[in-house]
Design a protein around this ligand. Sequence first.
Ligand SMILES: Cc1ncc(COP(=O)(O)O)c(C=O)c1O
Length: 404
Amino acid sequence: MHNARLDLLTDYPFQRLSDLIAGITPGSAEPIVMSIGEPQHKPPAFVAEILAKEAAGWGKYPPIAGTPDFLDAAGSWAATRFGVPWLEPAKHLLPLSGTREGLFQLGLLALGGKGRETKTLVLLPNPFYQAYAAAAIMGGGEPVFVPATAENGFLPDFESLGPDVLSRAALAFVCSPANPQGSVAGAAYLDRLVSLARQHDFILAADECYSEIYNDTPPAGVLESCTRLGGGLKNVAAFHSLSKRSSAPGLRSGFVIAEEALIKPFLRLRSYSCASMPTPILAASAALWRDEAHVVENRALYRAKFALADQILGGVPGYRRPQAGFFLWLDVGNGEAFTRELWRRAGVKLLPGGYLGRAGADGHNPGDRYVRVAMVQDLATTERALTAIRALMTDRSYAEAAAQ
Ligand SMILES: Cc1ncc(COP(=O)(O)O)c(C=O)c1O
């Protein structure tokens, strides 16, 4: 009865994780969840105040294109952060009820263009945020998984696909800072990607929802490339979210910036199909985009936890500090076995890296050796978890048994 394309998607990673550890009693009375990238820091108090003040808005259907106030706040933030003073938010920016739905809908939007019948491919990094594969498959396209591994600095080398593949691409996703590896695409890398997208006429979707979670240096953004290269927003769609920046994943608030020729049909698609952002949430979101103080505080909390990770895991083979974002990506040899054993021994829940990747043409899934650790808990809980992770990573008898 259902769309057969759905069967090409695996179960969502968290369902697979539940299946993996079902029946195993966690080795702690207080299990710690570090499998899901759900920030546990508090969003600023003014969010609740604004939602209460704007309560009359719950009685209205929300405007699909947002409010002038939201467009101004989000657009000004993007213009300042990424040096795009020429941005026109009313033409170039669309609110999204969380970026996941926008990333997914881009597949419906980018595939099936008039005169573009041969453009059926969607390029994505491997491993990857799962919505990208859903965009490709449910949009009727074919995903091309491009390895993002230690060998290439955890950034996919789309150029290496060659002109035959690139010319058939309708869409490519890039994630920087990357989930799960925390790698950051530099300005030169992004410039090359934008040029490649323009040369081969595909849409480059830059998922930058972790852009504000960094150590010292703000990561480059694709919009900066647009200013440097000229050509406006041609072939580019940049995604930003309050989920990580403002620790507000439950608000479901993000936006996409793209050229008017893409925003217009995007708006039409969304008018038919999506939950637009309620006006109280638009108002709270506008206040969040205008405030940097809470973002600075948020970054400091993550910085302290990564310093702790350096302290506890530094020198352990398989550990490396990520450039940005809030995940550790640990090479533990066998991600599933490690996840099961850590849950059994210490009650710490991680995500096997293979659940975020797919086997490539060579049958190899580049995530299989890894676990992803979401550093979203408080400092004391994080310390407990990292200590347990270290104990298992350095346990020789476990390593020997796992190698059998
Ligand atoms: C890489 C990446 N992109 C997009 C999202 C979606 O974020 P949201 O829908 O909360 O804006 C997430 C959430 O975990 C993510 O990790």
